[in-house]
Design a protein around this ligand. Sequence first.
Ligand code: SAH
Length: 355
Amino acid sequence: MDRERLRAEFASIGEKPFRADQIMQWIYRRGVDDFGGMTNISKDLRARLESSFVVRPPELLTEQKSIDGTRKWVLKVGGGQAIETVFIPEKDRGTLCISSQVGCAMDCAFCSTAQQGLNRNLDTAEIVAQVWFAAKALGGDFQNERVISNVVFMGMGEPLANYNAVLPAVKILQDDFGFGLSKRRVTVSTSGLVPFIDRLREDVDTALAVSLHAPNDDLRNVLVPINKKYPVAELMDACRRYTAQRDHKMHIVYEYVMLDGVNDSPALARDLAKLLNGMPAKVNLIPFNPFPETRFKRSRPEAIEAFANILRAKNIIATTRKTRGDDIDAACGQLVGKVLNKQKRRLGDIPVRAG
Ligand code: SAH
């Protein structure tokens, strides 16, 4: 529960709402999982909490460490299924990449999670628990020396297809009584679910990344099939609405996977520059990360550099994402977890409104 709901919950059992703030601090700021140790709470309330609730991290299935320091945890989520959480250390920050669903239904052509299909949504606890688990595993102090400085919803799943669980999770990550991350340090990444980009804009102030991958409908329909439902022009309109309501420094990051001979030509770079012209945009080029049985290949480094330079010549900030953790299959698009009994979902079944 986010703080607002937890406060209401405490009020409904006849407790003061500020108890919610205290409990959240114990759990998220101090990493305490034992109600007995929450010493500013009365013995009586501690006992009531102990009898009705648990603070429990997910169980670890496997753990791997890349030669570049990237860490990957495969966490059990019941029924033999598992999700993946990845920590990417850098000089000036530490980014945790979390999952929002067991699998994914978006079916993007170049993503290995897509091959898994979707089993189910994670709930808010399972989403937030990944951060709690990683913070503990990394051995950092929850309050002072922050090992995790940024959280990105770029693991398994489409976060905006699980909006009702993701929204409270974003709030808990940003809450001063929760993980206390600033709005710029929590990024929701989406393949382009337009109605939910609008909902997100209204409900919370957070950084947004959009997986664009192509500047026109013909190509994007093939690479990111949700485009058939929400075409590029509609997506860009939603992005304009999103940034218009934010402070002027808030860019949207457009992710663009670089696929050799598919979407990496200079002509497409020029089209992309035209599409983003005048928008608060940064482009993040992601060299394609291969996985078994994919028909795609990574663009040549010169092609990526040329593509970036065309964007830069049009005054668009373009960066190339450094490939991290690919030796342990922890790089973008390589997360598969363990997805069983996937639902046969077609794009038509994706809900247009959150419940
Ligand atoms: N579903 C959300 C969250 C996933 S974010 C979204 O689409 O934004 C993961 C990012 O990695 C997305 O931009 C995705 O398109 C990209 N990606 C997927 N497969 C990839 C691959 N094989 N190589 C590089 N990037 C990939």
